[in-house]
Design a protein around this ligand. Sequence first.
Ligand code: WTA
Length: 683
Amino acid sequence: MRSDEARPADQTIGARSASAETGIESHLHESRIFEARKDFGASVGGAYVRNLKEYRARFKRSIEDPEGFWGEIARQFDWFQPWTKVLQWDLPDAQWFVGGKTNICHNCIDRQVLQGHGNEVAIVWEGEPELTRDAASAPRFEVRHLTYSDLLAEVSAFANVLKSLGVRKGDVVTLYMGMVPELAIAMLACARIGAAHSVIFGGFAAAAIVDRVQDAGSKIIVTCDGAWRRGSIVPLKANVDAACEQLPDVRHVITLRRTKNDVTWFAERDHWWHDLTRAASRDCPCEWCDSEDLLYLLYTSGSTGKPKGIRHTTGGYMVYTATTAKEVFNLVPGHGQLYWATADIGWVTGHSYVVYGMLPNRVPSLMYEGAPNAPAEDRFWDIIERHRVTHFYTAPTAIRAFMKWGNEHPLKHNLTSLKVLGSVGEPINPEAWMWYYQTIGGGRCPIVDTWWQTETGGHMITPLPAATPLVPGSCTLPFFGVDAAIVNEKGEEQPPNTGGLLVIRKPWPSMLRGIHGDRERYIDTYWSRVPGMYLAGDGARRDERGYFWIMGRIDDVINVSGHRLGTMEVESALVAHDAVVEAAVVGVPHEIKGTGVAAFVTLGPGFTPSEALRKDLIEHVGKEIGAIAKPDMLRFTQTLPKTRSGKIMRRLLRDIAAGRDTRQDTTTLEDFTVLAKLRESDE
Ligand code: WTA
């Protein structure tokens, strides 16, 4: 029990009121400041940045002399051949560590083994299912500890497997797996041989696999028979089989046995992971990769229906993700730290802060296979207690769900091992921040609210745990080298507390290197609206302290449970259904998800609204994209409200969606034309 430790914050760290906290959005009425604890450094084996003064001095240097700053940091990694120039910037194209040769897998694994740390744990993994429990004993779970030496052997073996199937440097290997260590192993095996990976989130449906495999030109898919999710099996291999019906170029599918469900076998393309790796040599030298060789593609939603393949390359990504992980979480090897990011590896957080940013820091990374409420709502707290987790990184949507499930779940567990808490994926509302701070962190642990994106590769705006005073709801200050600003369309910086576009004005090492196969879209999306600056696609403001407050997306992307979803993707899925003629999708405030999906559809002749059709359409979206895209609310309408020039009045639809009880009137056919006429002038 630890309830006695959950003291109010103002007793523990001297909360005080901020001066003029004006202009804050209505949902962000927060003025308390939580000063950094003086004893934080001592509790974690030393702080890298000890106070705001040190932060400011290093920040200044990083902006004034980025090449000197990043060059010094990059020299702490292993390079097979040094670079000739730290940065070559030809807007909008950056090259970092030009001419340098390295291998990120070497820096994650081999380097640790060569330095005598082969027997230290690199990955702690826990499976979802609860193993047999008898009345007399505590529940047991399946746990694996993989050391750097274990990883070296397994990654090398799988790298040899990939080579034996013809994978060469520069090829793209698709990974569609559950949260098992073999997913990290497969990623690292690709990196080892200079192949790129494209990880597809295991929650996506077959159609999403087809799009991504085609766009990447991938000829090989690695999957699992199934993935555990709340005690049931997600049939990953069956989804791959369905996708392969439309993917004649896929030559090999490698399947890891995990859930032991029946799978259909296609002898000409199917292989079992265990058959191939059993026969493979455990010796595979690292390929020398150029700093700018493609490391991976990761698809993310944009304003059009087609997901964008974000390109990340080797050298800059390696240096930046490991450095942000180290400084933002204050990772110190040899001090019993155990870090756990709950993100699925299918998203960028899993790439950067479960795998690549973690391993070079020699602090073990915990991977958990399943859901937070399986078998019960205290699963996460149970994991933290049993493994003595010190760093915990999750999303506001999860925090809101925990709050709803009740304090009894965390209070049952001893969470005193925790030192640093993190938040990512969407703005954290101050209520959730306070709950996280007090109920999970016991009022002791700084919360690093990290703002970043798939495109940025690593943290961009974030507190540093020993240095930055925290204000609930603000992601605070930019990381080193990040020249973030709030500007108007002309690129002029906005005064404090004035909303504007969030941009980054200088290149940073892990920035995206483009959208796979679509140069024009890269330039249009990120570099056109405000010439010369990277447009993040978020609206934001800075307060008088210089702290950033993210207000939300400015494009047709909504943030559902911390996951990016293009409204057009959902619209295309809906109109693909026989009954639907036209669809408009907008975000609607949602208690747990932050933003939910609201869909308005018009039906074709011969179709009438009904509860059954509504359910069918929602399921249809789940099948086309994945469960995260299923509309929370779906309404039938006579016609969609449009302006005279034919544009759908999205603002009106957002208001309608937000203003009405979603459970009522689901089968009436609504007519928004009168409302549309009234509103036309302000759309
Ligand atoms: C949002 C996830 C507020 C933002 C790492 C961004 C956030 C999008 C935060 C990127 C945060 C992410 N506070 N908003 N701390 N972190 N976002 O590509 O809108 O899945 O543009 O990357 O999530 O989502 P993505």
